[in-house]
Design a protein around this ligand. Sequence first.
Ligand code: ATP
Ligand code: MG
Length: 183
Amino acid sequence: MRFDRLRLNGFKSFVDPTDLVIREGLTGVVGPNGCGKSNLLEALRWVMGENRPTAMRGEGMEDVIFAGTSRRNAKSHAEVALTVDNRDRLAPAGFNDQDNFDITRRITRDAGSAYKIAGKDVRARDVQMLFADASTGAHSPALVRQGQISELINAKPKNRRRILEEAAGISGLYQRRHEAELK
Ligand code: ATP
Ligand code: MG
């Protein structure tokens, strides 16, 4: 699964609409301290369904909304849209007839997050499952956070197994089994 574009609006320091085109090959993001490099990667995790505010370096999920500066007012919502290249047809049924589609997450103060796949309202779980099945989820080893390598080395066997399952692309199945057992 490839990503074509990441669009941000009101997400953290990206107060104005920002359109990042991700070309084939290696992409580097460079800039001075505090310019928003990590915020960009957090936007990617967030649109993929990350639900832990700590993973966004915040106390609550609304901390991802532009908080305002001395010259700009705070915003009431934040939105991130990710365009996924679907030429390998990894999207779930119903979205799989298109070469690419958008996944959108929007958060509004006091109203929480809303997700869309290809313009249709979906649940957080639908987005998380899509990426779990494609093994590139918000918790995926394909996104390596600072300190994660040492966490992997020091992890308990059960937690290490979860990371290996994610890499093997079976964590979506595992999640579905867990839900079936609860029913
Ligand atoms: P470094 O090179 O130090 O790692 P960086 O380029 O990764 O820096 P980020 O951590 O992405 O920088 O950006 C930090 C900036 O984002 C800070 O200036 C911080 O004030 C700003 N920021 C974070 N959350 C918000 C928010 N909700 N509203 C406005 N600005 C925010
Ligand atoms: Mg950084």
